[in-house]
Design a protein around this ligand. Structure first.
Ligand code: MN
Length: 265
């Protein structure tokens, strides 16, 4: 090969490399990297703590487009990586599925984002601690300060009320709409015989709430088992404690992140 031909080949390769780099940047920009990372961390953290198992999901509203949200393709939360995060519109349609399978219950997320402009993240769990409170007449109420957000109220949504005897899944927008309506302006809605959905102004807050909803439910069951009257946090205590919790959230988030970081992404 002549020197000129080699130079020409190197130039072509250089252009190709530059083009690939540009395309790579464009793709990274289409999804907010920090939010994607938080979804991955949150999914793994909640799986690590047994709040999520093979089921459940964490999503975030797209910071660049409030009419879209980001969530993983259909797979177990412990296995979620940044490459699994897909983009959906608020009707639950994947923007570019690329052949990937999607969660059946994505309508939990899409309808809550539609109904609640303040919500930037949603977590859906089947957390074992919470299930008894979805079928009991005993309301889930805060027994300690970390779960202070529960003091605002914990509505229980019953799919049977409007849809009769179903497979219990939020499998379409119509069902999702009634769930979002039941959530109202609260942080958590319990789902009868199924689980819960926790929301927040960020992925960190929604994950924090999903986790402490489960912890509180277990502790409340223990407090009830002790017998006698349970002395719950009041609404005013709840509001004050919740404000502080939101301020110190990064401490627990960084700890959780460190714990799952060792697992690789
Ligand atoms: Mn579910």
């Amino acid at each position: 090969m002549t020197g000129r031909a080699r130079l020409a080949r190197q130039a072509r390769r250089g252009v190709l490399v530059a083009l690939c780099a540009l395309l790579g940047v464009a793709e990274a920009r289409s999804q907010d990297a920090a939010v994607v990372e938080d979804i991955v961390t949150g999914s793994r953290v909640l799986a690590e703590f047994g709040v999520l198992d093979g089921f459940g999901h964490v999503s975030a509203r797209d910071p660049a487009n409030p009419n879209h949200f980001l969530m993983a393709r259909s797979l177990a939360p412990a296995l979620v990586t940044s490459g699994d995060i897909m983009e959906f519109d608020l009707d639950g349609n994947a923007v570019d599925a690329k052949g990937r399978s999607v969660f059946l219950e994505r309508f939990i997320h899409s309808e809550i984002y539609k109904a609640r402009p303040d919500v930037m993240a949603v977590v859906h769990t089947h957390s074992p601690g919470v299930i008894p409170f979805t079928v009991s007449q005993v309301a889930l109420r805060p027994v300690f300060h970390n779960a202070a957000f529960l003091a605002a109220g914990t509505p229980v949504w019953d799919i049977r009320k409007e849809f009769g005897e179903t497979d219990m899944l939020v499998r379409n927008a119509e069902i999702g709409r009634t769930l979002a309506a039941a959530l109202g302006d609260k942080a958590v809605v319990l789902m009868r015989g199924h689980g819960d959905a926790a929301v927040g102004p960020s992925v960190k807050v929604a994950v924090f709430r999903a986790y402490y909803t489960d912890v509180n439910a277990r502790l409340q069951s223990q407090a009830i088992a002790l017998g006698g009257e349970v002395n719950y946090l009041t609404a005013a205590e709840g509001a004050k404690a919740d404000a502080i919790n939101l301020q110190v959230l990064d401490r627990v988030w960084n700890l959780w992140k460190m714990r799952v970081a060792a697992q690789g992404k």
